[in-house]
Structure formats: structure tokens, C-alpha cells
Design a protein around this ligand. Sequence first.
Ligand SMILES: Cc1cc2nc3c(=O)[nH]c(=O)nc-3n(C[C@H](O)[C@H](O)[C@H](O)COP(=O)(O)OP(=O)(O)OC[C@H]3O[C@@H](n4cnc5c(N)ncnc54)[C@H](O)[C@@H]3O)c2cc1C
Length: 493
Amino acid sequence: MTGLTIAAARTSDAVDAALAGALAAIVGAEHVLTEFEARRAYAHDRLPFANFRERFGKLAGVMPRLAVRPGSAAEVEAIVKLARREKVELIPFGNGSGVLGGAIPLHHEVMVDLRRLDRIVSINPHDAMVTVEAGMNGAVFEKALNEAGFTTGHLPQSIEISTVGGWAACRGGGQASSRYGKIEDMVLGLKAVLPDGSPLEIRPVARRSVGPSVRDLLVGSEGAFGIITELTLRLWRLPAEERGMVVAFPSLDAAWEAARRIMQAELRPTVVRIYDAVESADRTEGLEQFKSSPILAILVFSGAEPVVGAEQEAARRIIESLGGTLAPDGPFHHWKDNRYVAYSQKWQAAGYYNDTVEVTGNWSAIPGMYTAMAAAVRAIYPQIHFGAHWSHVYPEGACQYMTIRLPPMDEAEALPLHARLWEALQTLVLAHGGSIAHHHGVGLFRNPWIKAELGTAHEVLQSIKDALDPDNLMNPGKLGLRPAAGAVDVRHG
Ligand SMILES: Cc1cc2nc3c(=O)[nH]c(=O)nc-3n(C[C@H](O)[C@H](O)[C@H](O)COP(=O)(O)OP(=O)(O)OC[C@H]3O[C@@H](n4cnc5c(N)ncnc54)[C@H](O)[C@@H]3O)c2cc1C
């Protein structure tokens, strides 16, 4: 069974007044949201499938019972303790920008909206760390750091619509990941509230050798192992210089090889983006050089002289040895000016079935994986729009970020096609030894494939979940973990 129609939810659904009262005693009545329209805003995140369903008046999941907005870690603790006592299921909510349905209620859970935890606690330039509350908006946070001369280097496309806690909970990646790493490389310490209401603190320290990393149970936890209330992240000085390079490559193979060699030469580009022929064409229209060398790459080097110049020069030599040529910098500026724009919105609004799927592959797997995926999606729907880029590159491999888009059509036809596209892309990445997700997380939409990726490690996660959360109250049914009894099952079509 999938979720309710919105009209049915409006008439059938009752708010639990006693629970609302108990939560109001913790946070104040103005921070307990019980009205239909207020709760409706929490009934979805940015999962495209949920958007497709809502066009036809249906929810992907169900309405939350209510939403509560704590203003401190102590209030979060009190909410979780109350929930444990009363057996109430909770979903931590950052800003709802997740695209895998991680924040979608499946069993009328209570949403714990963390956006009132929105302060920078301290900036410590000497130890190069910043401590921030988990609900702070990403762009507001980064702007405040920039004004003080710093950056975390975590710059996701969704920076303006996401929270710092959401970044960590989803194990996200920003556009400068090739230099600064993903969020898991940045989190030094954190504070969280475990499912039984106990506070957990991982003190920020340069490195430790004290057993397995419990921090990493929370980084990527997607709300299932606790509520993150505070994070301490690495801090960097804002680079003195930033230099964009636009390159025309004769082939994707040459571009991938250049990226591999650049990363394995231990150069530290801030940004590397390689676009396939479909995505290159949009961005290089009218540029002569791309007629014979159709693959676009954008690289950014940053830092201070002489290092930045030397790194750029070493990269140029690698690029040219593979037939790449430097091109006018228009595409770099276009990318930079639009780096935080959500492109999918305009397609969704026009009735298209637009979705993105990001996976990780090692360099040896990427050429075969990309070719197999392009063929598979075109076999499912020959007129599909399919384009890919590789925008997080590492010495070992890269993230392959794909856009799939079906034209407007009836949902009865579109949703099964959409399900087959996901199935093809996720099973092919596993067949090529890669990971089903690079930075968007699992949410609920990747539930069908997480066990195939993690194997016994997924059983370990379930055992830890059972031990920490025996009543299964923290965001049940996400990360492929056991759902609540009677929860809706969001099927792909
Ligand atoms: C246009 C667009 C572009 C995007 N670009 C990127 C990108 O470049 N890089 C990237 O990594 N992602 C990207 N995303 C995905 C999304 O923005 C990220 O996953 C983001 O980290 C989610 O943050 P949020 O605060 O909105 O979390 P939410 O969507 O509210 O929640 C996501 C999950 O995390 C859990 N959660 C949230 N806060 C906490 C907390 N404090 N403690 C415990 N659990 C919590 C929720 O329960 C849920 O399971 C993009 C999304 C969109 C729509």
C-alpha cells in the first residue's frame, strides 16, 4: 500500500491533543505545530517520486502527527525521553531538502524540526575548528564563516536549502569535495541525543585510536540512530586565489584519465567536473573548440602562490598530454554563477519526471559502468533524456551523477518506467563494484538495494539499531532498516 490521498488525509486525520500538550510543556505551545497546512509542509521532502505523486493529489507517505520545534539540545533530550516513554515515533527534520525520502513520515511520526538550533557556538582558528548547532542553515553558516575569513569547504548545490545537521545525517558531499573531502572527512566531533534520550558527545580531537568510530554511526545515520544537535567541523582559511580552467577533451576516456592522473599525482583541485557529451553540448554551444573536442571539463585550483600556480601548471601538462586543450572560461563562470541553482524544479513544474541518481565507481569500472547504464536507460525508454557528469573525483574513483528525465505522461505509465530506471541504475552500479549512493544518502527510496550493497554490514546496522532503539522509534523504515508495524510501504510505482 502507498500513502493517502491529500484530500483523505485532510478529513480523516486527528491530532493527538494530549501529546501536543506534553510537547508544549517542553518547547512552548507556539513551537508545536498541529494545523493541517503546517503539518502538510512536513509530509514530504524533495524526493522526486513524492513530487510526482503530489501532482495527482497523493502523498508518497502519510501526514505527520504533528511537528515540534525544540530550541535547545536539552529540549531535544526531553522530547526524545517523552517519545520513548509514550512510544511515539520521531523523525528529525533539517530543512527537507533530502531527495531520497529520509524525512517522509510513513507511520504518522512526530517531526522534530531542528531549525531553531541555528547558532555558531564557537570559531577556533588556532585549532582550525568550528562548532555549530545542527539546525543552522548551510548558506547562512558558510557566509558567517566567510565574513570571518574562513570556510568549511562543504559547498553542496543545496547549501541554501539545507542544514548542517542534514549534511552530516546524509553523509553529504559538496562541490569542493575533491580538495576538502565529504562531510565525513570534516566532522571532528558532535553532540547527539540517542533514541533512549541519553546525550552522546564525541569530543573534537585531531585523531584518535580508541576503538571503532561511534561518530561514524551518526554521520550517515539519516535520523535512525539519534538526533544530532551540534557538530564540530574542520575549518580552513578562505583561499587567497581561485582559478578556473575550462578544458575541451576529445573523448570521455581522455577526460577521466586526466582526472585520475591529476588526483593520483596528489594535486589538490578544489573542483573537477567532467560532463558527458549530452551535458557538455548544453554548456558549450557556440564554442568552436568543442566541435572537434566535445567533452567539457571544468577545474578549479585555489590557495596561495606559488602553490596554486604550480598545481595548475602540473594539471595543464597532464591535460595536454591526453589531448585536452584549454578553452575560453565562459563555462566556468556560468557554472560558478549558477552553482546553487536547483535545475530540476523547472522540469518538475512542467510535468516532466525528472530525477537524479548519483553513484560511486572506481576508475577502472567507470567507463564500462557508464556505457552499460546509458544503454540500459535507453532500452527502457528510447526518448529518455539521460546525461551524466563526474563532479567529485578522488584518487580511487569518482561520483557519477546522472539526470534521467521522462516527458509528461500519465503517472500509470511513468511510475513503472521510473521504477525500472532506478532498478537498472542501482543494480548496474552494484554489478560494477561501486556504491549505490555517493552523497544523497539512502532515505527510503534506496531501501531495495542497501542490503545488496552492505551485506552482513547491514545486519550489523540492524543489530545496533535494535540495541539502541528497541521500540524502533527513531525514523523507522529508513536506511533499509525494519519499518514500524503498519507503516506505509512507498513503492516505486
Ligand atoms: C537541488 C538540490 C541539490 C542538492 N545538492 C546536494 C549536494 O550538492 N550535495 C549533497 O550532499 N546533497 C545534495 N542534495 C541533497 C540534500 O540537500 C542533502 O541530503 C542535505 O544534506 C539534506 O539536508 P536537510 O537539512 O535538508 O535534511 P532533511 O532533508 O531535512 O533530512 C535528511 C535526512 O537527515 C535526517 N536529519 C536531518 N537533520 C538531522 C539531525 N540534526 N540529526 C539526525 N538526523 C537528521 C532526516 O531525518 C532525514 O532522514 C541536494 C538536494 C536538492 C533538492
